[in-house]
Design a protein around this ligand. Structure first.
Ligand code: PAP
Length: 325
């Protein structure tokens, strides 16, 4: 018997539909030489797109779900850690706090990259329960379709895209275990500027969540990595209020805000055993998610012309949106 014959009829049809949908989409090649497909205004490889289609089709949202969203390399790991620490703060842990036992990506899995890659009906019973915490890199319009009008809380973190680009370059090189190659940064830069980049164009991404937050500020919070860095107390309290778990006066007086910020600091997370030695389910070293975390680090790598070109793209794309870079 052919393997496909063993798959239930309804799943067989889904798979065929998926393949046919993907092959009908516009496609292009990114800096890796990888084929990307354009779906709902953004670009994905085949595998990710299958995960997105499964997610949109099969996700059964609960009204209490919390979704951490971002363009890659924009502060996801930090925001996941902060969200876990906020929600877990009333429990008394000694050496078994979830952040000591797993990387933030293990605790807050990516919907389309981890949970829904193989099926539109995955087992979600292992998810950190009540409220369930998920993450995604898809833009707002694509996420909203999967949420099917459920009032889940969505927290988006945005970062200066030039810093995100350099961060991605380092990350790719670390994963490939190669020295940082300038030529690779230049190719990635071209992909970024043309918009044909994994989960890009970045401007579609950022603008989708920006508009989402303006339309529904109760359920969509738009945070900036740079503000998290410069005013962490204010931003953490804002996040807590948005998630309906504000700090009490007693908590503030007893240093709970500082405790969470310290637990989730880059220095602390980077030095935890689990992050020095562990790997994600997809085989990425936890360690690769932690580098410098500095504002404006891209200045050290991008030429003046490169910076100017991105600035001009941003100015043009964000014109009329009220979104300041
Ligand atoms: P992801 O998209 O693969 O999840 P993401 O966490 O969004 O990556 O971004 C990684 C960046 O966040 C890295 O920035 P850098 O390359 O410029 O250094 C990483 O160092 C930074 N980062 C990770 N954890 C923290 C943290 N706790 N505080 C501040 N920055 C952090």
């Amino acid at each position: 018997m052919d393997e496909r014959e063993m798959i239930p009829k309804n799943l067989q049809r889904d798979e065929e539909e998926t393949i046919s949908l993907i092959s009908s989409l516009p496609s292009d090649i990114d800096f890796h030489g990888r084929e990307l497909f354009k779906y709902q205004e953004c670009w994905y490889d085949n595998k990710t797109l299958q995960g997105i289609l499964n997610f949109q089709q099969g996700f059964e949202p609960q009204d209490t779900d919390i979704i951490v969203a971002s363009f890659p390399k924009s502060g996801t790991t930090w925001l996941k850690a902060l969200t876990v620490a906020l929600l877990e703060r009333s429990k008394h842990y000694s050496h078994d706090h979830p952040l000591l036992l797993d990387n933030p990506h293990g605790l807050v899995p990516v919907l389309e990259l981890r949970l829904f890659t193989e099926s539109s009906n995955p087992d979600l019973t292992n998810i950190l329960s009540s409220p369930r915490l998920f993450s995604t890199h898809v833009p707002f319009h694509t996420l909203r379709e999967a949420l099917k009008n459920s009032p889940c809380k969505i927290v988006y973190v945005w970062r200066n895209v030039k810093d995100a680009l350099v961060s991605l370059w380092y990350f790719e090189c670390a994963n490939l275990k190669i020295e940082e190659e300038r030529s690779m940064l230049e190719s990635m830069f071209e992909s970024f500027c043309s918009g044909v980049s994994y989960y890009g164009p970045f401007w579609e991404h950022v603008l989708s969540y920006w508009r989402g937050s303006l339309e529904d500020s109760k359920n969509v919070l738009f945070l900036r990595y740079e503000e998290l860095k410069t005013e962490p107390h204010v931003q953490l309290k804002k996040l807590a209020e948005f998630l309906n778990c504000p700090f009490t006066v007693e908590e503030e007086e007893s240093g709970s805000v500082e405790e969470i910020l310290e637990l989730c600091s880059l220095r602390n997370l980077k030095n935890l055993e689990i992050n020095k030695t562990g790997k994600t389910a997809r085989g990425v070293d936890h360690n690769n998610f932690f580098r410098k975390g500095e504002i404006g680090d891209s200045k050290n790598y991008l030429t003046h012309e490169m910076e100017k070109r991105i600035d001009m793209i941003i100015e043009e794309k964000f014109r009329g949106s009220d979104l300041k870079f």
